[in-house]
Design a protein around this ligand. Structure first.
Ligand SMILES: Cc1ncc(COP(=O)(O)O)c(C=O)c1O
Length: 402
């Protein structure tokens, strides 16, 4: 059988490059290589013990059956309380939904609203999955480049110029993957001013890195900053990053009831409720506070300093300190054109990432996967000792270039 049997919509989507690098690392590790993975989009911290215990308790208590598709009443109440407490957003139960990761909610929101030919504005660099999700929904991505020297943020004038008759959505991700950029309240206000002139444009606020923000109090979200947009903003969040729960697969969103209802229909006909056990653990996560976060952020700040020192000491690599998330998006233009010891020319950021994997056994991701070249996304949320070792290996491999 061949790919001719695939639906056209699938031919437009690529497999996730982040999943591909993880597969490559697993294969090399299985073959006995000592690979250090700076490609993975997750924290290395354990899920906090009280959250794990809530999951165990759910299993022991027999909390192991189907639940309401959009989440248990207990989880919805915890989500509503979280949005109110942390974001000043007040939702009714029919305005919130839990799913199997923020990823599923973003996908379902797009699938529910994007028709063939509709456009989705995606500021670049972007999280790898957005354009492919838009393609699967048979829409068109309108990529809007954001400049490194403007902190990688979307300018209001560029947003205004990108909006047209076919625009369905703007996707705004702050703190940002891959750049770590964080939009201030004032910057969101300026974007909101543009959006107020375009009442048919929906906005996806992807806040999954909300808690991974180095500047205390800097995080803000669009629906909070401009309440007049509330009825067309889908605020997406989850426990993957903030609580180190990537494997539990639990995300949630708040937005207009009509959109949440449509997402619920898609979910009810595909995956149904997110895992009952993960839901119970998420209630504990959302209700019992973020006491561990100061320690986590101190650890991440230390690691960020390690990787920043390494990047900026290497001739040909350069990056500004990212205020959020746990990635450094390093400009590698000074390396492009150099030759490896084997005589190959590094012609693109993909070549640089492949060289680092091959020569240094360090996995990173090429900026082209995120819509900006030539850059490397370096995820630094790994053990300090391994991170230092990775830095030494990258430095040695870059020194060997001619
Ligand atoms: C920007 C962004 N949004 C959404 C997600 C998906 O998170 P989840 O694990 O909740 O599906 C990720 C995960 O890497 C991400 O980086």
């Amino acid at each position: 059988m061949s790919t001719e049997l695939l639906a056209p919509r699938l031919r437009r989507a690529r497999p996730s490059p982040t999943a591909a690098i993880s597969d490559q690392v697993r294969a090399l590790t299985a073959a006995g290589q000592d690979v250090i993975n700076l490609g993975e989009g997750e924290l290395d911290f354990e899920t906090p013990a009280h959250i794990k215990q809530a999951g165990v308790d759910a299993i022991v208590q027999g909390d192991t059956k189907y639940t309401a598709v959009s989440g248990t009443a207990a989880l919805k109440n915890a989500i509503i309380a979280k949005f109110g407490r942390e974001n000043g957003l007040h939702y009714a139960p029919e305005e919130v939904i839990a799913g199997s990761g923020a990823k599923q909610l973003i996908f379902n929101a797009l699938l529910a609203t994007v028709a063939a030919g509709d456009e989705v504005i995606i500021p670049a660099p972007y999280w790898v999955s957005y354009p492919d999700m838009v393609a699967l929904a048979e829409g068109e991505s309108r990529l809007v480049p954001c400049a490194e020297d403007r902190g990688w943020k979307l300018r209001p004038a560029d947003l205004a110029a990108a909006i047209g008759a076919k625009t369905r959505w703007l996707i705004l991700n702050s703190p940002n993957n891959p750049t770590g950029a964080v939009y201030s309240r004032a910057e969101l206000q300026e974007l909101a001013a543009v959006l107020l002139d375009h009442p048919r444009v929906l906005v996806m606020a992807d806040d999954i890195y909300e808690h991974i923000c180095h500047a205390p109090g800097e995080f803000a979200t669009l629906a909070q900053v401009e309440p007049r947009l509330r009825d067309r903003v889908l605020t997406v969040n989850g426990v993957s990053k903030g609580y180190s729960m990537t494997g539990w697969r639990l995300g949630y969103a708040g937005g207009p009831a009509w959109l949440v209802a449509a997402m619920q229909i898609l979910q009810s006909q595909s995956t149904s409720n997110p895992s009952s056990i993960s839901q119970a653990a998420t209630v504990a996560a959302l209700e019992q506070g973020l006491d561990f976060m100061d320690d986590w952020m101190a650890t991440l700040a230390r690691r960020r300093a390690i990787i920043m020192d390494c990047v900026n000491a290497i001739d040909g690599l350069d990056a500004a300190e990212p205020p959020g998330a746990f990635y450094v998006f390093a400009n590698c233009s000074g390396i492009i054109g150099k030759k490896t010891p084997a005589g190959a020319t590094l012609a693109s950021d993909g070549d640089v990432a492949a060289y680092l994997l091959d020569a240094a056994h360090v996995a990173t991701l090429q900026g082209s996967a995120f819509g900006a070249s030539p850059y490397l996304r370096i995820a630094y949320a790994i053990d300090d000792r391994r991170l230092i070792e990775a830095c030494e290996r990258i430095t040695r491999a870059c020194r060997a270039l001619r």
